[in-house]
Design a protein around this ligand. Structure first.
Ligand SMILES: Cc1cc2nc3c(=O)[nH]c(=O)nc-3n(C[C@H](O)[C@H](O)[C@H](O)COP(=O)(O)OP(=O)(O)OC[C@H]3O[C@@H](n4cnc5c(N)ncnc54)[C@H](O)[C@@H]3O)c2cc1C
Length: 431
């Protein structure tokens, strides 16, 4: 049986591990899934992950859970059974198990707080006996027949894991900031201070970024006594994700995606995903006259009195300089964060596969139907970079069931074949 190692125990890892568990339970073949996690299952949805304080709410519906859209196309004759079996790990099953289903319905199906979403993921991990290695992946080497993943535990003890295939998840580190300056906070520092109720008292605050990371930070900032809050992004304004059926269906159903031209795909992503706030975040900002949008890219930061001055650049206008008491870098994750872990051989292999220097555009263009980089002998699944080539739902929570089908099917030569022997999975601590 082949081993798929997943870096990060977030929703994508749980989606793949749960589907593999279900396939095995139905007597179908599936790889062994080993998940390596630096903190805890669902770590990035907890305050310790540095992306949230855990109190803010999911932007999407929790029913877009690890099995959504429950429309498996994995193995003819088995799909119905797979879909039914996956519902055992759905958001609603989690609520039923905890006796809160009726209350959730009666309260109008509210989006859960991030820490509750982490609890849901931890519950799935327990239910499926997730094979979890607690440790931070510090190196990835190309081996003769796969990848060699090195993880370091909390005591600094390294473990090496052989992987036939590898899947990278998550946005990378949240500790980076535009500049090292006491008045410029990374998103990790922001949540740390907000959680301790120690955000510096400031009259003019700037939040750089227009996506989910900035949205959650703004949702928090409006609860504090700032006099003005400026949201800086290169877009002409702050867009709201429409969340109509027509937009959402492109995220849930990737089938239509490849029929669109590249220009159409970029247009959909620009209008619905990048630099777009959820309806809920927009609603909380609309009524607050302290919140303004400033268009531009920050190209310079200098000290100014007690605060900092930011230079904003727009193509058709002269640069503008604005002063702030506090700046929060909420520009979000780094899509290529995992490349720092790759040794020289692994990077060379990847460069050969994508045909040149490792840029986001080049890797995005190389993502195949199975969400792996095409042209690599050993699978490297990069769902976070699959939006443009395969569908805008793959980097987020919009079609985790479809994501797991695509990844697992490509690791199984003949879907539906019965495995000769299946090793029992085990649950490790932390989840
Ligand atoms: C504040 C915020 C709110 C969001 N809300 C939504 C939403 O409502 N709907 C939506 O669709 N998307 C939302 N997103 C986007 C979200 O990031 C993705 O949808 C989704 O969480 C990504 O899942 P994942 O499994 O890739 O990674 P994550 O859930 O981010 O998990 C990655 C895991 O990797 C671990 N990790 C990191 N580095 C290492 C390492 N070196 N070794 C081992 N483990 C490591 C982390 O501890 C973490 O647990 C939001 C993002 C943010 C920042």
């Amino acid at each position: 049986m082949e081993t798929l190692v997943v870096v990060g125990a977030g929703p994508k890892a749980l989606a793949v591990a749960a589907k593999a568990h279900v396939l095995r339970a139905l007597g179908l073949s599936a790889p062994r899934v080993v998940v390596v996690e630096a903190q805890a299952v669902g770590g990035n949805w907890l305050p310790s992950g540095g992306w949230t304080d855990g109190q803010h709410r999911l932007g999407t519906s929790p029913e877009k859970d690890i099995g959504f859209p429950y429309r498996s196309t994995w193995a003819r004759g088995h799909n119905r059974a797979i879909n039914q079996a996956m519902t055992a790990y759905s958001w609603t099953s989690f609520l039923v198990e905890h006796g809160t289903y009726a209350e959730w319905i009666d309260r109008g199906r509210p989006s859960p707080q991030h820490h509750v979403w982490a609890k849901y993921l931890q519950w799935v991990a327990r239910e499926i006996d997730l094979e979890l290695v607690l440790g931070t992946v510090s190196a990835i080497a190309a081996a003769a027949d796969g990848w060699l993943v090195t993880a370091v535990d909390a005591d600094g003890v390294p473990t090496q894991i052989d992987a036939d295939a590898l899947m990278m998840t998550g946005p990378g580190r949240s500790a980076k900031a535009l500049a090292k300056h006491p008045k410029v906070l990374s998103i990790a520092e922001f949540w740390d201070l907000a959680g301790k109720r120690r955000l510096p008292v400031s009259s003019r605050v700037a939040v750089i970024g227009g996506g989910e990371t900035a949205g959650s930070a703004l949702d928090e900032l409006v609860r504090h006594g700032m006099l003005s809050i400026s949201v800086i992004s290169p877009m002409a304004t702050l867009y709201t994700r429409g969340e109509s059926y027509f937009e959402n269906s492109l995220f849930s159903d990737a089938v239509k995606w490849t029929a669109l031209s590249m220009a159409e795909r970029r247009d959909v992503i620009r209008r619905t995903d990048r630099g777009v706030f959820s309806v809920r975040v927009q609603e909380s900002l609309l009524g607050d006259n302290r919140v303004h949008h400033m268009q531009g890219r920050v190209v310079r930061l200098v000290d100014q009195g007690e605060g900092v001055a930011l230079t904003l650049r727009n193509e058709l206008r002269p640069d503008q300089v604005h002063a702030f008491d506090l700046v929060i870098d909420a520009t979000g994750g780094q899509p290529l964060w995992f490349l720092d872990l790759f040794d020289a051989n692994a990077s060379d292999l990847l460069e050969l596969a994508v045909g040149g220097e490792l840029t986001t555009a080049r890797i995005e263009a190389s993502i195949d139907y199975d969400l792996a980089v095409s042209g690599l002998d050993t699978k490297l699944f990069l769902p976070n970079l699959a939006a443009l080539a395969q569908g805008p739902g793959f980097p987020n929570l919009s079609c985790l069931g479809e994501l797991s089908d695509r990844v697992l099917r490509s690791m199984t030569a003949t879907p539906g074949r019965r495995p000769s022997e299946v090793a029992p999975a085990r649950m490790a601590p932390g989840g």
